[in-house]
Design a protein around this ligand. Structure first.
Ligand SMILES: Nc1nc2c(ncn2[C@@H]2O[C@H](COP(=O)(O)OP(=O)(O)OP(=O)(O)O)[C@@H](O)[C@H]2O)c(=O)[nH]1
Ligand SMILES: [Mg+2]
Length: 427
């Protein structure tokens, strides 16, 4: 266990109370086993360019840090390089900001090759923007010793060019990973199975829901950022329709841009999916704020939730934590499915909803196939539901078939010469 002093600072840009934000920051520190020895909410009249905090506050905290034997100090805000350096000097202890803390957690969680590369890219980009080694993932990778240098540790100035070279190398390796992923995705598309992505604030219950629906066994834990690497599994819906579901990293407010940027190839899976389940912890006091933070991150990866609302289904999880009154109110007012991944309540309804969404996409098409296009006819029999079929005097095969959107696209790709008429909705 390491020790950490924790400070709360920074402008409040959302509906969360300072206490909420402090609790979340404690959760982040706990996610990498830091022992919290002191927390404090600091109200600032203004932000100082040189040190964020005013001189009186700095002096007071320096005394606290001294009394606590120079712990790690976490500032739950973003520090500029200058503020960072000045604070470390004035306080005589190691200081990290929210971005560095989140990077640290991701560094500790990254398991897969791609995950490690992405975290490393984010870390290097962060370091390059500061040119100080304030984060220790790389030290750990070199087999070095843990989280902290001693108080007053001299920060290592890194050569910008070296960082640029390393970033270039990692980007290249990530390019390979991306190519593999694109290929895998293409295979999934060819196999026509629709895909569903789970997204949501960290700790909302995505992995618990994922395990429950797919029978998988990914880590679900009361810990921020328990999941980092994506997992995909098949699910069978009540009608027997097979879909693929993907669990992935959770979001948080002010997710460092370096991370969003580095994780783009992982997050692309979300963008490419046929349906997005936005999982909320409906029992969190600030779940609407969390939802808005999730939408912000989705926006950063090119998904406009408002514009693509037909592709997003809200899943209000942890309904078992609500009392009867709140349940009744939410049942009336929320647009989505209320459920509990842990008790299983509402999950049948959720699957039915998913089914309905995919069925809604089914369309009924009437086509005329030339005699030499018999293979297209066979394909339609195999992949769709044919409701009428007849041949005219010229040997043309007139066929009426119901296809899912994915299948219609697949058909169009395979037989680009066959004209597809305007479809009518099947249901
Ligand atoms: N009461 C209750 N707890 C739940 C429910 N679903 C999940 N949890 C708990 O919430 C915590 C977080 O669950 P996870 O499934 O790990 O959440 P996640 O969204 O995958 O989180 P990250 O991977 O960290 O982003 C765990 O302690 C779960 O047991 C639920 O329906 N009700
Ligand atoms: Mg998870």
């Amino acid at each position: 266990m390491k020790q950490a002093g924790l400070k709360q600072a920074g402008a409040l840009s959302d509906m969360r109370t300072p206490q909420d934000r402090l609790e979340e920051a404690c959760g982040l520190a706990a996610a990498i086993d830091l022992e919290i020895v002191h927390t404090e909410i600091i109200t600032m009249a203004r932000i100082r360019a040189a040190s964020l905090l005013g001189p009186g506050v700095v002096e007071r905290i320096a005394a606290t840090a001294e009394a606590l034997d120079h712990p790690l100090l976490i500032i739950n805000a973003s520090l500029t390089p200058v503020q960072h350096r000045n604070l470390e000097r004035a306080l005589g202890c190691k200081v990290i900001d929210r971005t560095a803390l989140i990077l640290e957690i991701f560094g500790a969680r990254a398991q897969s090759h791609a995950g490690r590369l992405q975290v490393e890219l984010a870390a290097l980009t962060f370091q390059k923007s500061r040119l100080v080694r304030s984060w220790t993932h790389l030290e750990r990778q070199r087999g070095g010793g843990g989280f902290l240098g001693g108080p007053g540790e001299r920060q290592l100035e890194l050569d910008k060019r070296m960082l640029t070279d390393q970033i270039k190398q990692i980007r290249k390796e990530l390019g390979e990973v991306k190519r593999t992923r694109t290929l895998q995705r293409a295979n999934r598309r060819r196999s026509q199975t629709p895909t569903i992505a789970l997204v949501g604030y960290t700790n909302a219950g995505k992995s618990t829901l994922f395990n429950r629906l797919t029978g998988a066994d990914v880590l679900s834990k009361d810990m921020l950022f328990a999941t980092l690497d994506p997992t995909i599994r098949g699910v069978e819906l009540p009608s027997g329709r097979a879909v693929l579901m993907g669990d992935t990293v959770g979001f948080i407010s002010n997710l460092p841009t370096e991370l969003v940027e580095a994780f783009k190839s992982t997050l692309e899976e979300i963008n490419q999916s046929d349906l997005i389940l936005h999982v909320h912890d409906v029992s969190a006091a600030d779940f609407e704020q969390e939802a808005s933070d999730v939408r912000t991150v989705l926006g950063e990866i090119g998904i406009d939730v408002m514009e693509q609302s037909s592709k997003v289904l809200n899943v209000y999880n942890k309904s078992d934590n609500l009392d009867a009154e709140a349940l009744a109110i939410y049942r009336e007012s929320l647009d989505g499915v209320l459920c509990s991944a842990s008790s299983g309540a509402g999950l049948d309804l959720l699957c039915q909803h998913i089914e309905d969404i995919f069925n809604e996409g089914d369309m009924c098409l009437s086509l005329a196939l030339a005699p030499q296009q018999a293979s297209a006819g066979a394909w339609l029999y195999e992949n769709g539901q044919v409701s009428a079929s007849s041949y005219d005097e010229n040997g043309q095969h007139h066929i009426t078939v119901t296809l899912s959107i994915a299948d219609k696209q697949r058909f169009a790709r395979q037989w680009p010469d066959i004209a597809l008429p305007e479809a009518s909705q099947a249901k």
